[in-house]
Design a protein around this ligand. Structure first.
Ligand code: ATP
Ligand code: MG
Length: 401
């Protein structure tokens, strides 16, 4: 079928502010756009200094738009019709691309980036509007039109657009380096992952599973969450750590009130080793101050003490309702609230310490050979590539470490 639009015009996001890095940003954005849209082989891409164009060639504009809306680094984009930079061709393309059957109000906003084009913007507006008024029941409304028709005239082509679709904002994923995110099955860590990607940071995820105390369902839920956030990056590598033995050792050797803190310290040690092996520059979590007893500044101090990697907590100062709002927006909320056990919830002590002392953590840890156990965890990691639309991937067989 022939679609009304043959192009998508992409406006760059914040990257336009970054003078020197501009070229590498645009290059990364193009790579990300291509990866996101690889299911549409007919598309053709063209990057320019201030815009990017996608030639649709009979691919479905709506489907392509939906995928494009999740690519970071785009401030907005528009479905467009491309035509010759010639007044007759512009009028004809407008008449063909607009659905004039329904009665609507409109406004024409022309922009002439080619100042040699013989018709000035005001006149372009008038000529196009006159043609529409003559051939339909449409009325002009310059303040709140139902349809705003944008005509852009460049030296080599003219573009006609009607809607500006909001982009995902942020920076193209990859321009900000790479981080290892601790992904649980909860509400916060998928939101933290999204916010990291939005800042242009490529993420890999690590999940700690404690079978048989945690079920396959719990792990599947984490994979489903990774799948839901994967469109923002194209694909996500998820590492699953077998955490049971280490967790049991903590319970055998420490006071119950310290179990969560010690568990977090072990998680952080393992995450640090994985992050180093995978060339990440930071670790991120979904922790938020005061949200639960174990998320106090003292607790964060005890956790940070075991790593020299930057620890980023994107939701650290957000209210739960703010985090929930984002999780609803990115569509992870419904999955996050599914009632499967996490390794933390299973071993939750009745009175977790809210102000853990580092010396005390170290004393408990000195009672067992945790270093060896941490290494086992790292050695026995299973890794999975998660792609949009597929969350039950086969384990990765290529050697990643
Ligand atoms: P979330 O909603 O992200 O699970 P939460 O409010 O339940 O967070 P906690 O369970 O205390 O908080 O976990 C705090 C953070 O620790 C999580 O956001 C996540 O980054 C990390 N974390 C906790 N459990 C796991 C796990 N099993 N695997 C990986 N990371 C985890
Ligand atoms: Mg949790």
């Amino acid at each position: 079928m022939a679609y009304r639009y043959d192009h998508i015009l992409i406006r760059y996001g914040e990257l336009s502010l970054k003078g020197k890095n501009r070229n590498s940003f645009i290059k990364q954005l193009l790579a990300n756009v291509k990866l996101a849209l690889k299911a549409y082989p007919g598309l053709e891409f063209e990057k320019q200094h201030d815009r990017m164009y996608i030639y649709l060639h009979d691919e479905n504009p709506e489907a392509v738009s939906e995928t494009l809306a999740k690519v970071f680094g785009i401030s907005s984009f528009s479905l467009a019709v491309k035509t010759e930079p010639d007044m007759d061709a512009i009028v004809q393309a407008c008449m063909e691309s607009l659905d004039l059957s329904e009665k609507k109000t409109f406004k024409v906003a022309a922009r002439r980036s080619d100042k040699n084009f013989p018709v000035i913007s005001d006149q372009i507006n008038r000529i196009v509007a006159t043609a529409i008024l003559k051939n339909s029941d449409w009325k002009v409304d310059v303040r709140t039109p139902d349809v705003k028709i944008v005509v852009e005239v460049h030296s080599d082509a003219a573009y006609i657009m009607t809607d500006k679709i909001p982009g995902a904002g942020g920076y193209p994923v990859g321009v900000g380096g790479k981080a290892m995110v601790l992904l649980s099955g909860g509400i916060d860590s998928p939101v933290a992952s999204y916010l990291m990607m939005k800042r242009g940071v490529h993420i890999e995820c690590v999940h700690f599973a404690a079978p048989p105390y945690t079920s396959q369902n719990a792990q599947d839920k984490v994979m489903a969450l990774a799948e839901l956030i994967s469109p923002y990056q194209g694909e996500i590598l998820v590492h699953v750590v077998p955490f049971t033995d280490l967790q049991l050792a903590i319970y055998q050797n420490a006071d119950e009130s310290y179990a969560i803190t010690l568990m977090r310290r072990m998680m952080m040690r393992i995450a640090t080793k994985l992050a180093q092996k995978r060339h990440c520059q930071a670790i991120a979590t979904g922790e938020s101050i005061g949200q639960v007893a174990s998320q106090t500044l003292e607790s964060m101090q005890a956790i940070n003490a075991v790593t020299t990697m930057p620890l980023i907590r994107p939701v650290v100062c957000m209210d739960k309702v703010e985090i929930i709002d984002i999780s609803k927006k990115i569509n992870t909320y419904e999955t996050s609230i599914l009632p499967f056990e996490d390794c933390c919830t299973i071993f939750t002590p009745k009175n977790p310490v809210t102000k853990p002392r580092i010396e005390k953590c170290e004393r408990y840890e000195s009672r067992f050979d945790w270093e060896k156990m941490v290494d086992w965890c790292v050695d026995d990691v299973k890794s999975y590539w998660i792609h949009p639309g597929v969350s039950n991937e086969e384990e990765q067989d290529e050697d990643l470490f």
